[in-house]
Design a binder for this molecule. Sequence first.
Ligand code: SF4
Length: 308
Amino acid sequence: MEESKRQILEKHGYALTGSESGVKLCHWVREKLISGRSCYKEDFYGIQCHRCLQMSPVVDLCNQGCLFCWRYQDYHKRSSVKFDEPEDIMKNSIEAQRELVSGFRGDDRCSDKMWKEARDPNQVAISLAGEPTMYPYLGELIHEYQRRNMTVFLVTNGTFPKALEEIDHLPDQLYVTIAAPNEEIYRKLCVPEKKDSWSAITETLELLPSLKTRTTLRHTLVQNWNIGWESEYAEMVKIAEPDFVEAKGYVFVGDSRRRMNLENMPSHDTVKEFAKKEGELLGLKILAEKRDSRVVLLGVGKMEMKLR
Ligand code: SF4
């Protein structure tokens, strides 16, 4: 990664843990430590939010330029990339997380127990920045965390089905972001680099039923862009047969404010209305919702939601 980009990311609070990998303290980890409020994944799936390590093996590599993305993008085409080793990433990322939470010691709002637990992360969210399936040792990295008895959530844009097909260790929960009902809206909203990205996403949807792990399709809903078309979205869900569908409202934060407006943030009621309609088309129930995160969870309801 170029030195200039490293400096920008460090200014944005990233702890870089190698040539390409990095960690950033999640807003919700901070929130949980000082106020007790947790992220919706703790409520929905039982992870311990304050023990969650948000990271990416490729913070500066992505093949899309989603307008709603909160990350600092400015991704450059690279002739060569020196990827970090999985074991080094695992060790360095945990060290970095310990450093990132060190400041909470002595903060009256944060109990000693919570601080000690936060220093011992047991959940990893491979969702910080970049497209993680562009990292060639993703299976090994997931294995490094899982053999330390950490649960792993992986978020992908679904444009590398082969990488998912060939992975030797699957995450405990695999998220695929579906932020458009058709190719036309996808190209305008997600600005993919490659011409065949939409068909690659379709391939990923077709692959999901065969993957032996929990799968979640997440719709990032942006007002005036991709809300509606419930039947088109439902057709995509039918192909993928995920365990869960999350309808999640776009939030006007971070670098997305350079590309979006406040009006692009849908209300929770709009998100819920969308989820209800999609759920009816699929025979899925609303299993849970979290108003302050503008998110609604759909599912059949049989599967135990809690991972821990
Ligand atoms: S699961 Fe996501 S939102 Fe929750 S603490 Fe981890 S990184 Fe943050």
